[in-house]
Write a protein that binds this ligand. Structure first.
Ligand code: RIB
Ligand code: CA
Length: 306
């Protein structure tokens, strides 16, 4: 079977790490590049975490460092969710930095797209700063982008602001550039992440899976999106799950606007399911998820990691 070529733009991040595990060991995906961005923690730390994970798994995939701050918004982080390192809880080996490219992520993404024989799917699971810079610096890049499948936004409430989700709210202007680009976008919002859970019984199964399971279980002890009793929210894995098992999602094609001017609402995604704004659809939004299909998929995906 022909693998789907993807580039993952990420801010590891404990849920990013689990999403990367599911993607890196999938037989269906060809990860051409991992680009890092400031988000959960600083760019230095998210990059170090990406390298730690690749070293842990012995994977040779190029990594490129991207934006160390949002386009306009003040920098913020989610160390309270992921720990000061961004991946607290496990003593990783010293990262092999030979995976790290010298060029900026935006240039590396552009080059990877340009040199690719086929179109590539971009999978942003952090703030969208790198993606916005790519679209502004390399307008022709869009010709080689098959689709953009992202974790971000919310149909309802926020987790950074009252109404705004972290990845969008970190860099609302970058998100607006993407959502107004006309590119084919799939959005996995908080609302499906809240149902994409690692429940206590799943955590026990993961722990018994071996080296990767033990590492993930250790990270989960420090992850503060959800908890061991109600379940840990696997936001970023929803983007990977959509790539591999889209049938587990209910999807609505609709118009999504990103608020950038609101003093209290910047970063809110207005998912206009009822058409109040009278705009043509620009996003496929995952509005629901089959929880059991997700849990079965994630456990099977992590089991493959060894
Ligand atoms: O709101 C959840 C998102 O913010 C996830 O990508 C998580 O890793 C954090 O970056
Ligand atoms: Ca993330």
């Amino acid at each position: 079977m022909k693998k789907r070529s993807i580039i993952i733009d990420t801010d590891p991040g404990i849920d990013d790490a689990i999403a990367l595990a599911a993607a890196l060991f999938s037989e269906e995906l060809d990860i051409r590049l991992i680009s890092t961005v400031a988000g959960n923690v600083s760019l230095e730390k998210t990059t170090n975490n990406a390298l730690k994970l690749l070293t842990f798994w012995g994977k040779r995939i190029p990594v490129a460092m991207g934006a160390d701050r949002p386009l306009l918004a003040s920098p913020s982080d989610a160390a309270h969710v992921h720990g000061a390192s961004g991946m607290d809880g496990y003593d990783f080996p010293i990262p092999d930095r030979s995976n790290l490219l010298a060029e900026h992520a935006v240039n590396a993404i552009s080059k990877t797209l340009k040199e690719s024989a086929e179109k590539i799917t971009l999978v942003p699971i952090g703030p969208l700063t790198n993606i916005a810079l790519l679209l502004r610096m390399y307008p022709d890049a869009r010709e080689k982008i098959a689709e953009i499948v992202l974790m971000g936004g919310s149909l309802t409430r926020g987790n950074k602001g009252v109404m705004s989700e972290f990845n969008i709210a970190c860099d609302p202007e970058a998100a607006r550039i993407l959502f107004e680009s006309g590119l084919p976008i799939v959005m996995a919002p908080l609302d499906v992440g809240w149902k994409a859970l690692v429940r206590p019984e799943d955590a026990a199964k993961i722990k018994a899976m071996g080296r990767t399971g033990e590492m993930i279980y250790a990270l989960l002890q420090h992850y503060r999106s959800g908890d061991i009793n109600t379940g840990f929210e696997m936001y970023d894995s929803c983007a990977i799950a959509y790539l591999l098992r889209p049938e587990m999602f209910e999807v609505a094609e609709t118009f999504v606007a990103v608020e950038t001017a609101g003093i209290l609402t910047a970063g809110t995604t207005l998912v206009d399911l009822k058409g109040y704004l009278k705009q043509a659809p620009n996003v496929k939004v995952c509005v629901d998820i089959n929880e059991k299909m997700f849990r079965d998929w994630l456990l099977a995906a992590l089991k493959r990691c060894g």
